[in-house]
Write a protein that binds this ligand. Sequence first.
Ligand code: ZN
Length: 331
Amino acid sequence: MAACPHKGGETGGQMRLAETVTFGGGGLNRAHDRRGPDRPGADDRVLPLWKGKVATLAEAGDRHRLLRVAPDDPALALAVEWVFLGLADDGTALWAADISPWAPPAEATGSPAGFFDAAAVRHHGLPGAALVELRWAMTRLTAHDAELAATARALLGWHQTHRFCACCGAPSAAAKSGWQRDCAACGAHHFPRTDPVVIMLITDGEEVLLGRSPGWPPGMYSLLAGFVEPGETVEGAVRREVWEEAGVRVAEVSYLASQPWPFPASLMLGCRGRAASRTIRLDPAELEDALWVSRARLLTILAGQDSAILPPRQGAIAGFLLHNWLADRLD
Ligand SMILES: [Zn+2]
């Protein structure tokens, strides 16, 4: 095994460079023992989020960083939820606040062809900052800021969609600095969800299986993916999804790398599987097309020079796995 420039030494079976994926390896100190207060203290700092968008400041080149404001900043006056994220390197406690009730004077509109609203929204109370979609910002932030943003977006999104007790239906309330919701009516505690999704690099020798779902932008293909079902292993989910969607049998399955994907609450489990059959039989409800792609063609695709297939989206684990497969860095 070659020396790993990032980690050094053995990685216990996980692929080298696994934590270089977007949203990976941020190293955030989550300071579990500091969870408790409902609100930040005066010396803490707060990341405002508005309708899932994060507030960023432009830096040199194409880099951005998350805006941090004081807890008494007037821009936070409308905040409806507060969550404690962890500690910055200098020990400052970092929180996120959901300011979604704020109404922009004239909201910008996004590109209708895109997967997400790429428009930046300006907030008069946050001078110099832009509220942007995290899928746009994620590749422009440091690993630490990306982890903060992913955690904030996932947690605040959970609060937004889990206002009522799943046991008795009464309204629930945030507790433990946003890491829990409690029901006063029946005493139940509820915890933030993370939904596991398998995404798999299925190979047959020197070819990899790509597919596209109905409704995707023209030319977009990716690795096959699907939610892990209750009672199922990661390996079982890989084999079932590939069989259901493409009619291909999968033999050995191994884990490669993971990626938090807070859109809204997924954890992508990047796996590799060796195909045990080649014939593709599409489930048209799940896939519009699937095909085997050679290494040579993948190189052309990733260079943006294929006439039919676009390169994968920046920051998504599919592109990360495909790049590393081409470069023989999956072991
Ligand atoms: Zn209840």
